[in-house]
Each structure stands twice: as structure tokens, then as C-alpha cells.
Design a protein around this ligand. Sequence first.
Ligand code: HAM
Length: 435
Amino acid sequence: MAEAPRFQAPTGTFDVLPPASARWQELLARFAGVVGGAGYGLVINPLFEDVGVFLRGIGEGSDVVTKEMYEFVDKGDRRLALRPEGTASVVRAFVQHRPPVPFKAWYATPAFRYERPQAGRYRQHHQLGIEALGSEDPDLDVEVVALGHDFYRSLGLQQVTVKLNSMGDRDCLPAYRTALAGYLEARAGDLCAEHREKWRANPLRVLDCKKPECRAATADAPKTVDLLCEPCRKHFERVRTGLDDIGIAPVLDFRLVRGFDYYTRTTFEFVAEALSSAQNAIGGGGRYDGLVESLGGPATPGIGFGMGIERLLLACDAEGVMAAPAAQVDVFVVDVTGGAQALSLTTELRRAGVRTDRAFDGRSMKAQLRAADRSGAAVAVIIGEDEVTAGTAVVKAMSGGARQQAVARAEVVSTVRGLLTGSAGIEEFDGEGTA
Ligand code: HAM
């Protein structure tokens, strides 16, 4: 058995290599298509920020900030942190650059959290997300939830539930917190070990604690939606009817207070019913109407979501959808004359826009044909000494009876293109050739 390599990907991280990475590429392209088509533009932020962006933005009441953040001091003595999520950085950039509103952005980013690694929970995971800043219109909440929902649908996922809640705002959330604290005080002894100690500091965290003790103790806890102020109640009502109008039926979940301090009003989560509960939150988000101000900007409402790519792919596997996309190349050039022909033919084909690969190192015909097969190419172009002498190449269909035809060297590109676009069927070939 080969010795384990000395260096491996750090615990809780992993490599994505081809061909598996083709699925990631496909996912990104489809996401860009869905959200780009709704007016969201790509935003690219640094992977690290001044630690204050996350302390102030996400809040010191969240586990992500207090327990899981990768913090470091750089050579210039700056306190920095790797981004544990995307929202705070997008908002920091908004405050810095003040683009016109509504500012609608999407991103694909790694996120770093020092968690206990397990299936669907990593120390570096990857998120696709959107953020929309500058409008408190509840129809924007509907748009954001709908884009997530419709993206999952476009992948073929059928078993995704939308969970919905409203957290209230700075007017009604404090009163709710007090009511919840009052409720918990009488049951503090029944909570899990961690929350028995800490429930007072942030009672909301007890609500989304997954431990059975906390879940039992909070079964009859007051619900945010019962204590909303009038503007929040109206907002929530409009979100619900808006979703209903476009055929999305969310499940109300009073525990959905989410793990970050920045949320106000609408919160939501996308749950993959095909996965086990430890990893079935495949996306989540909500409104954060105070976040821009917390990071030093003018009062500006915002809403968005993030979805974990790894969990999304697990959900796709569980439902048997979003198979790996077909081959990356259409043509494989096989040259058994030393490689010069392959060099010129692949260049010609690629310059003509045909996805083309070839073998290197003067490998045998058999090995090159095997490589052609593995590449998934629909067509092989084969050149041996006879073809060089005759000024031809053999164009061979890789499937459908492996028919082939010798064509003039100058006509290889047009023949291949005709085959690939279906305008010249390989069945027209008469089977001549040298391969
Ligand atoms: P979040 O719920 O912490 O929200 O993360 C979003 C999604 O990322 C989760 O639903 C899950 O699919 C995935 N995820 C989170 N942590 C891990 C992990 N350790 N391993 C694998 N996947 C993970 C946010 O990050 C917010 N920024 C979402 C948001 C955007 N809210 C408003 N705008």
C-alpha cells in the first residue's frame, strides 16, 4: 500500500478535483444565470477582513463569531479574520463604496468556521448567495426567497421545504427577548448544559439549540410572530401573501431565529427533506435592516441568503438529480506521428471554437484511443503516417458503431463542426479509413 502523503488537506477541508468539479462549475453557472437574470451582479470581496467587520456585523452573541472564527494577526499587526460568511463583507463593501440602491449582488465564496467536522459540516465550506440592499419592500423578501426556491427547482430538487419566520425589528424584538427570558427563567434547570449557563446572555440562541433538552423546554415558548409590532406584522403578512401568490407555501417555524445577531423581520431556511437533520439546512437567510448602520453606513435595509454548495450537492445526490455534466471536450486528436500534427490540429480546432483535447508524450495508438474514450469526446480525429502522406485525417465517431471517414486535412475543422452540430450525420460516412 502506498504511504500516506506527508501533507494532506487540513481537517474539515477537502479538495475538489476534475471530473467532480465539473458539477461545481455547472452549479455556479446555473446560479449566475438565475440570479443574474433577476438583476443581481457579481461581487468579489477579500476572503479576510478586519475582525471588527464580523464582531460588529454578525455580533458577539453568535457561536460563529465567539467560537468558530479563524482570527489572526498579520505582519503589520492588524487583527484580521477569514470570512465565516458572505453578508458582513458585502455590507462592509457597500458602506465603503456607496453604490446606488437598490444594490443587488451575488457571490460564490468559501467560508471558514472552526466547527466539528462531519458529513455536510466543514471548516471551509462554500456558499452561493445574494444580498439586496436599499429597500424594505416586503416584495423584495418574496423575490429573494423565490430566487432560492426556484434555483433549487431548476436543479430538479423536489423535496425542499421553505421555513419562514419573522424576528421583528428594533421596536418589538427587545420586548420579545424579555418575554422569552421570562419564560426561560422558570425552566433554566431543564436546558442543556451550555444554555443552563448562558441563556440569559442571549435567550434567542436557546430557541435554535438542537439539543433535545432545549427543544423540549422551549416547545411552548412565546413566538416572535405573536409579539410583532404593527409595521412588522403587516410586513410579514405581505411576505406570506406574496409567496402564496407565486405558488410557494412556506412552513412557519417559530424557532427560526438563525444564528447571527443581525437578523430583523423575515428569516427563512431551505430544508432538504432527503437529508438527515444534522445537514439538511441547504440554505438560509433573512432581513438585516440594521446591519449597514452597525458597520458605519446610513440606515439602509437589506436582505439575502447563503446556500452551502456541499450540502446542496448532497441533496442532489439524495434525490438523484444534477448528474455530472457531460464531457468537457467534443474532440480528441490522436496523432501517432510524433505530435506535430496534434499540435496544429488542436490549435485549429480550438481557434474555431471546438472543445478539443489530445494526448502527449508520443503514446501508442491504443493508449491514445483509450484516452480519447475516457475524455468523453464525441469525435476522434486520427492521424498516422499514411494520413500525413495522403494529406488527410480520419474523423471517427466515438459512439454509434464507431463509423469513420478519411477527409482532406483542410476539411477536418468543417467536417468536425458539421458532425457536432448534427448538420452532417456520421452515418453518411462509408467506413473507409486507416484507424
Ligand atoms: P448560514 O445559515 O450560516 O447563513 O449559512 C448558509 C448556508 O451555508 C447554510 O444553510 C448551509 O447550507 C451552509 N453552511 C453553513 N455552515 C456550514 C458548514 N460548516 N459546512 C457546510 N455548509 C455550511 C449565512 O452564512 C448568512 N450569511 C446567510 C445570509 C445571507 N443571510 C442574509 N444574507
